[in-house]
Design a protein around this ligand. Structure first.
Ligand code: 5AD
Ligand code: SF4
Length: 443
């Protein structure tokens, strides 16, 4: 009899990638995917630790699952509960101690051990080693066919921004070998993928080594992009997330010369005040960031930018916040994410004396989101009545409706009698509703 599993994914795209790979691995080992926890023998929670809210979600889900498991026991059935991901790494021992119904804890570099672990009788165990190489070496080719795919190429972070848990939950930076990444993307392309988003907590610090004419050579992200470009079926390359200090000329040149490189860069700045940037240990100034944006635009005229922002960071005053708004006005981001600062256990920022009040943080968040939305709308409006290339990846809610993305990642809806999924087609953008376009196919 088959055992059924269901994975719930919290947080970022790196977790989405991990969940898909875990799914592939379990199916490869004879387990079957289910659509919900209720019908599963194995419940997997792939968790996120980045902000308090994300962690809290795990604990409330765990509470409900625990009761469900106990009810199942009463009717003679079992369900194993597995916690993976960043909360597993950070709080694994506490989770096990606090909840007797949790069977295994597997940190982000340990989920590949699950098929083996499930064969053990001994439960209530924590696996939290940093074993990147074994993890990536254990993965199996993806079975799911999609037009747009995520591929992790780098994991971990050596930057230690004062607010961030990533260096502790994902560990030190590790880059996968070029050949391994190439083989994975080639397989995806053979299965219909047209676009790939290369993932890493610090993707622009990707570095690896290759042998050229018997000589060892260091290579970076720009080189990797130039290599995967050779895969014919692949039409678009994206990558995320970049740190401003790691964008090198090679990468900029690749954007300039390679039409598969999409003109959209997620480049978090977090804040616009030099005092706050210094406190955050970002190791760059606002001037450096603005110069970098200018330089990239001089090289790649149609490049658009998105960013992450944190408001209410310890010691952030009204005038610091104004500097963030001023930076936003200067860059005019195409889209962005903004968050209220969340004090995370074990980070240097969490022990700062002067924390900003909830009330002030809420007001700043409201303000920054209104300003960011305004620039996003302004950016989108500049595309109305223009014709752009759209890569179609799915169906819309209405009959014969298809959904795709522009080079700048804007969603576009069109109607078509033919199935256009997987096609790169010219579309005239006619209407903008909230943050997505409605258009018509040209020819
Ligand atoms: N509080 C709020 N936002 C955070 N981020 C990371 N750590 C925190 C925190 N402690 C945000 C940053 C980062 C994004 C992924 O999450 O903006 O770029
Ligand atoms: Fe966290 Fe900073 Fe590393 Fe990004 S660069 S993962 S914000 S420590």
């Amino acid at each position: 009899m088959h055992q059924y599993f269901f994975i719930k994914t919290y947080g970022c795209q790196m977790n989405e990638y991990d969940s898909e790979k875990l799914n592939d691995l379990l199916e490869f080992n004879g387990f079957k995917a289910s659509n919900n926890f209720e019908d599963s023998d194995i419940a997997i929670l792939n968790t996120c630790h980045i902000r308090e809210k994300a962690s809290e979600k795990l604990y409330s889900d765990l509470g409900r699952l625990s009761i469900f498991k106990e009810n199942k026991k009463k009717i003679g059935k079992n369900m194993q509960i597995i916690v993976t991901g960043c909360v597993a790494q950070a709080e694994g021992d506490e989770i096990i101690k606090r909840n007797k119904n949790v069977d295994y804890i597997l940190g982000p570099q340990n989920f590949h051990k699950l098929p083996g672990v499930l064969k053990n009788k001994k439960t209530q165990k924590v696996h939290s080693e940093f074993s990147y190489k074994q993890k990536f070496d254990s993965l199996v080719p993806s079975a799911k066919k999609n037009v747009s795919k995520l591929v992790t190429i780098q994991e971990g972070c050596d930057k230690f921004c004062s607010f961030c848990v990533v260096p502790y939950t994902r560990g030190a930076e590790f880059s996968r070998p070029v050949e391994q990444i190439f083989a994975e993307i080639k397989h995806l392309s053979n299965n219909g993928a047209k676009e790939v988003t290369l993932l890493g907590q610090n993707v622009s610090s990707y570095n690896s080594e290759i042998f050229e004419d018997g000589v060892k050579k260091k290579v970076s992200l720009g080189y990797l992009c130039s290599i995967i470009t050779k895969i014919n079926g692949l039409k678009r390359i994206r990558y995320l997330t970049s740190h401003p200090n790691d964008i090198d000329q090679n990468l900029i040149n690749e954007h300039k010369e390679n039409s598969k490189m999409m003109p959209f860069l997620h480049l978090p700045v977090q804040a616009g005040s030099n005092k706050i940037l210094k406190n955050m240990n970002r190791k760059h100034t606002r001037e450096f960031y603005l110069r970098l944006i200018k330089k990239i635009k001089e090289n790649v005229a149609d490049m658009a930018f998105s960013s992450d922002f944190i408001v209410g960071y310890p010691e952030e005053t009204d005038s610091d916040f104004q500097e963030t708004l001023d930076l936003i006005e200067k860059v005019k981001f195409a889209s962005s994410y903004s968050f209220k600062y969340s004090a995370r256990p074990g980070t240097p920022a969490s022990i700062k004396k002067i924390q900003v009040s909830e009330e002030v943080s809420n007001k700043r968040l409201e303000k920054i989101q209104a300003v960011l939305n305004q620039y996003q709308t302004q950016f989108n409006l500049s595309f109305l009545n223009k014709t752009v290339e759209v890569l179609f990846s799915g169906v819309g809610r209405k009959n014969n409706q298809f959904v795709g993305r522009t080079p700048h990642l804007q969603p576009v809806h069109v109607t078509s009698n033919l199935n256009i999924i997987g096609k790169l087609l010219k579309v005239k953008l006619l209407r903008l509703t909230a943050f997505s376009f409605h258009g018509k196919l040209v020819e």
